[in-house]
Design a protein around this ligand. Sequence first.
Ligand SMILES: [Zn+2]
Length: 119
Amino acid sequence: MAEMAKHCGGCHCGRVRYEVETNLEPVISCNCSICQKRGALLTFVPAAQFTLLSGEDDLTDYRFNKKIVHHLFCGHCGVSSFARGTGPDGSAMIAVNVRCLDDVDPAALSPMAFDGKSL
Ligand SMILES: [Zn+2]
């Protein structure tokens, strides 16, 4: 297991900024209707490991299907840097778009294919 580390990330224009503690395991590449179009690489963390530093007021909430997940994106630059949802046990979870982390090289990761389309 890789070690837990703090990473900073956010949207393109810089209005949305956050800090997240994660070991980036696993990183998933999901084929559901929205992930496929966005090309996001995701990793999931408990909400307690995620701190939104700025941009709460700039976030636009997009929900579809069962409307459980808040697919948030910056209303200014349109980048979706994270989403808010709940885990199977009902606890608050954050899906971080690993491509939006400042210090992570997506090419160095080995994303796991996730069949979100079949859920
Ligand atoms: Zn932005």
